[in-house]
Each structure stands twice: as C-alpha cells, then as structure tokens.
Design a protein around this ligand. Structure first.
Ligand code: SF4
Length: 311
C-alpha cells in the first residue's frame, strides 16, 4: 500500500496552498493513540504511556470510530500509542482501517514485531514506523527503560522489510544521543529502511517535564548536524527532520478513548472537538472541523505533507 502523499521518499503536495482562507473538509492525517499501555518507559514519552495503563477502547467502538474517520474524509491513520502491538486485536483493527481506505502507519517500538507478526500485518499497513534512538544498549536503556533493546528494534526493521513492508526509522533527538548520531545513521544505512525521520523531544507528557534536561537548545544546529550526516548515506534513503517550524506543532489526534482532539505541541495544549463517536454523525465532524480556524487546518496539512522536511 502506497502512502498517498509520499513520492520517491519525500512528501509532496504539488503547489502548496496558502494558509489564508485555507479549506480542507477533513484532516488528511489522524494520529491515533491506540492504547497508552507500553512495555517501554521512555523518559521523553509525549503520551505518558506506561505498562499498567488500560488497553484502550473495545474493538467495536474502535471500528465505529474508524468508520467515522473514513466517512469524514481522513486519508491517513498513524496508529501509535503507547505500543499498539500490545493489543491482541491490532491486526484485525488495522485490517478494518485499511478496508475503509485509511492508509495505516504502524508506529511501534518493534519489540513484538517478529517475522510472523510482520507478515500478518504487512498487507494492511502502508508503513511500519519503528523507533531507534540509539544502538548502544546502555544508552537505549537509559532513554527507553529496561525492556527490549536496540537489537529488537533492528530485528523489527528487517522483519517488516522482509514481509514486503515499507519501513521508516524514527529517532527522537535529544541531548544524550545527539553526539552519537553517526552510529544510529550507520545502522539505518545498513538496514532496509526507506526513510529516516528525526525530531526533537516534544514538550508534551514526560517530554515536557524533562525538556530542560533532554531538549536540544539549538534546533537549527541539529538540522545542520542531520544534514551533514545525511551526506554520507545512500541516495535512496529519504531523511526528514521535523520539529523546527511552527507548523510542526499541530496535529489531529484520536485518543485512546476515541475522542478527537486538536493538539498543539508548542503550547502543550489540546482542544477536544467533543464528538461522541458512538452517536456522532459525519456532519457533526464536518461542523466541528469547520470551526477550526484556517491557519490551524493549514498547519495540520503542512505537519504531514511538506517538501521542506527533507534534508
Ligand atoms: S515513546 Fe513510545 S515506546 Fe516510548 S514509552 Fe512512549 S509510547 Fe512507549
């Protein structure tokens, strides 16, 4: 399944529209917090996920929510969390999303993505998005907790690619790993990934509380650093840096209890659109979305579809 907005590894949207009076009948991309349960304990986790959190909504509620998103006109679903693979029904859920025309990205730490699971998911998943912040086991553990390790993330990348999946590696840049960026780059270079997506710690959840310790002081310098590292990587690896533009901060979220929110990372604020997915009609979605101002809608588009991401 091809990402409708990814062309030769770069995001593309033809001539980019202007923000003034910008109109979009639905968000093109929705980030879904499938669950807040996760085996990892990343110190920068922007969703405050942990191992004892509830699993999230039941599958019938989720399917209804995905039906509404599809009828509303959303095109892409980023299924993350928490760790979505801790749900035993995730394959059925992603099949359902894909069947409704919502191109799903699976955002995972990779620990549970063995060869069998990758094969099961590949037909319904547009892209596997696998986290790798460090290849040093001690540094990985310091950033992500004791569970798993870089070897499991690297194994997941290979499993997903072997199953025919498109793989994006995601690295959260922070004050601890920025000096070892070349090591992560070398691992990504050797892997079968087609994209490497880097962004700074988000000021949300645990990331907000540790921003003073983990945050990068100079994002422009970080982008430059990534650009330097990029020069030595294979040409067919698309490298994207995200997080140094005001437009990067706004995203539409489906929460773990199936509420729709507009989230702004720059202010660490959320606006609930107050839609009850059990009874809301698609017209309710359109009406709620119509009330979002043009600039915020434009930002949600640029957040996910922008040629300036590439370095
Ligand atoms: S950042 Fe991702 S992998 Fe880490 S604790 Fe949060 S949800 Fe889990």
């Amino acid at each position: 399944m091809r990402d409708p907005f990814c062309y030769r590894g770069n995001f593309w949207f033809g001539d980019f529209p202007r923000p003034e009076g910008f109109s979009l009948r639905a968000p093109i991309s929705v980030s879904w917090m499938v669950t807040r349960r996760c085996q990892s304990a990343c110190i920068f986790c922007c969703t405050d996920s942990h191992s004892r959190a509830p699993l999230g909504a039941d599958i019938a509620t989720i399917k209804r929510a995905l039906d509404r998103l599809s009828e509303w006109g959303a095109l892409r679903l980023i299924a993350g969390g928490g760790e979505p693979l801790v749900r035993h029904d995730i394959a059925d859920i992603l099949d359902h999303a894909s069947g409704r025309g919502l191109a799903p990205t699976l955002a995972t730490n990779g620990f549970l993505l063995d060869a069998g699971m990758a094969k099961r998911l590949a037909p319904s998943v547009m892209q596997f998005q696998i986290s790798l912040d460090s290849v040093r086991p001690d540094e990985y553990a310091a950033l992500r907790g004791a569970a798993g390790g870089p070897h499991l993330a690297l194994r997941a990348i290979e499993n997903a690619a072997d199953a025919g999946g498109n793989v994006r590696v995601v690295t959260v840049l922070n004050s601890r790993n920025i000096d070892h960026l070349e090591e992560v780059a070398a691992a990504v270079e050797r892997s079968a990934a087609t994209q490497w997506f880097l962004f700074a710690v988000l000021p949300s959840g645990r990331g907000a509380r540790l921003q003073h310790k983990l945050g990068l002081r100079d994002l422009a310098a970080a982008r430059g650093r990534v650009a330097d590292v990029r020069k030595n990587l294979r040409d067919d690896l698309a490298v994207c840096f995200w997080g140094d533009s005001a437009d990067d901060s706004v995203a539409v979220y489906l929460t773990e209890d199936c509420q729709i929110e507009l989230k702004d990372y720059s202010t660490n604020s959320r606006r609930n659109l107050n839609l009850d997915l059990g009874s809301a009609l698609v017209t309710d979605y359109h009406n709620a979305w119509r009330q979002i101002d043009a600039g915020a809608k434009h930002a949600t588009l640029k957040n996910f579809v922008s040629p300036v991401r590439a370095v």
